[in-house]
Design a protein around this ligand. Sequence first.
Ligand code: SF4
Length: 237
Amino acid sequence: MNAYIYEIFNSIQGEGIYAGTRQVFVRFCGCQLRCGYCDTREARARVDKCRIYDRYIDNPLDTGIVIDAIDDLWTPSTRHISLTGGEPLLHSDFIKELASSTPVPIYLETNAGFPEYAEDVADLIDIASCDIKLPEHRSTDDYGSLLSAELETIEIFHSRGAETFVKVVVLQETTEESITSAVSGIEFIDESIPLILQPVTPANIDMQQLLGLMDFAGAYLSDVRMIPQIHRMIRIP
Ligand code: SF4
């Protein structure tokens, strides 16, 4: 099984409930969305070569090469393989083969727009970081369908035993009204699923706005946190 991969590298997870954890990142090419704040635009299309530390290898890569690269990049403090993108679930068959070939815990970062692929891999995922996009992210022309797909994906990972949390990027124009459907949708699945409100980078969000959004979401959900992108703060990949 082959996949187009943008890069493989070892770094610190900068987002969500595992922020600060050392991981080997496998960044897949391709994404079906076009979020206005996207900070990995270069990975939304296929590239001819994958960067692995200081080497470039012809795409597509097979799982054996990726496993070897992960082994080479592993360090004593590394804890997970992070599957990111782009949108990694576009490569669900590859993920199944990769995850079946290693005992290392698998951390998935997904825009959650493909519940059919989530069904395929859910039993192999240890931690699922699932986005919910907001209308103001301008990720798609059909926001209602995307939100339904994201909530279905979150339910699949949560019900199949993956440690699941939700990440919502907060923009200046984000309001209680614009997060209502996301928050009530998570509550309907399980009010204990953590919700991470992540200020867009560079953070130019008013603290009163963030605190207000936290309190609004906290009336529905038991675990609401505000976590900025720490990798951008310390300027690492
Ligand atoms: S889902 Fe992620 S990779 Fe895709 S456009 Fe949005 S931010 Fe970028």
